[in-house]
Design a protein around this ligand. Structure first.
Ligand code: NAP
Length: 316
């Protein structure tokens, strides 16, 4: 089969590789769509702790048809269209193996394979973050990195809970698209900074970087800060001093990685996600669809920070 392989820190190439075989507890998926995530950018750079390096295949989310199962795995999966979250990469390929307890059926959701991977890990992050923070109707929520893969879904998930959502993004055009997804207020970070007088019950931050300390100070009393990513650079420990300085306001920091979410909590999240899909409060946002042969360009587009929503590869 064909797969896109990391050749070096700068290069991804399409090659013929051996077919994967599903081990005990796993299934084989005929991949119809793959999500291209920031995690793949970091993996190719050699900066992801769990990526094997040159010779390995990136990609942590695929959608497609289950065609075979490994020992000890229910044959009922065969023939089902699923979204799969892959624990050990391997998604940029015509076929991939996935853990049976990290499969999410697409039947009845109304989304196709591209839409499913545009939800992918980002929808789990957006939903579980909103759920853990206990976002309530009427609360003020700030979404940083709002035009990105997680941000477009976090904006919708917070709005679905009745919050008044402020988004920070990088152009008027992205701001207009975020308003259409439910944002009440838009800050274009290329034109003006956030108003220091404004404060929020919840901050969903996928950017971190040098502004983290200042953003922690934006929490209202009993506020919750969801640190979900670091598209703007790794957070520095000194930034967390803000939590102690603001002790009198009882701030809570959730540092949140999907890697530590238990399979049963992912399944519960999928139930909430599909309920939002059905009532129309959540929809996937696909930035661009490309063939697997364009994997290198797709990864560079994600690295550039310009996509609105999710870049998707279509192996077939
Ligand atoms: N917690 C988890 O389990 C988990 C899961 C998946 C991904 N992640 C991480 O979450 C982060 C975001 O992922 P994503 O898929 O949403 O990435 P993405 O699609 O690249 O979006 C990131 C967004 O952040 C904004 N941004 C980028 N650089 C910035 C900078 N220097 N300063 C301010 N804003 C900046 C941009 O949005 P605007 O142009 O709209 O401002 C960009 O679209 C990544 O670090 C990724 O590794 C975490």
């Amino acid at each position: 089969m064909r797969a896109a392989i990391v050749k070096s820190r700068q290069e991804l190439t399409l090659e013929e590789v051996a077919e994967p075989a599903p081990a005990r507890g796993h299934v084989l998926i005929e991949v119809a769509a793959v999500g291209v995530g920031f995690v793949d950018v970091i993996a190719r750079r050699g900066e992801y702790y769990d990526f094997p390096g040159p010779g390995a295949v990136p990609g942590v989310e695929v959608a497609g048809l289950v065609t075979a199962v490994g020992a000890g795995t229910s044959e009922e999966w065969i023939g089902q269209e699923v979204l799969a979250v892959l624990p050990a990469f391997g998604g940029y390929a015509e076929r991939a193996v996935a853990d049976a307890d990290r499969l999410f059926p697409l039947a009845g959701t109304g989304v196709d394979a591209a839409g499913a991977v545009a939800l992918g890990v980002n929808a789990f992050v957006a939903d579980i973050a909103s759920h853990r923070a206990g976002i309530r109707a009427g609360e003020r929520v700030l979404v940083l990195g709002a035009g990105g893969g997680i941000g477009v879904l976090a904006t919708q998930a917070a709005r679905a809970r009745g919050a008044e959502v402020t988004v920070v993004t990088s152009s008027a055009e992205r701001g207009a698209r975020l308003r259409a997804l439910g944002a009440a207020h838009v800050v274009d970070r290329t034109r003006s900074p956030l108003d220091d007088g404004d404060s929020y019950d919840v901050v969903v931050d996928t950017v971190a970087g040098p502004a983290l300390e200042q953003n922690l100070h934006r929490l209202r009393p009993n506020g919750r800060y969801l640190l979900c990513g670091a598209a703007g650079g790794p957070p520095q420990p000194e930034a967390l001093a803000a939590l102690l300085t603001d002790f009198h306001r009882s701030p809570t920091l959730f540092a949140f990685s999907l890697n530590s979410v238990r399979p049963e909590d992912l399944q519960a999240s999928w139930q909430r996600i599909t309920a939002m899909l059905r009532d129309g409060s959540l929809a996937p946002v696909v930035d661009q669809r490309s063939p697997l042969t364009d994997a290198d360009a797709a990864l560079r587009r994600v690295e550039s920070g310009t996509p609105f929503g999710k870049v998707v590869l279509l192996p077939r």
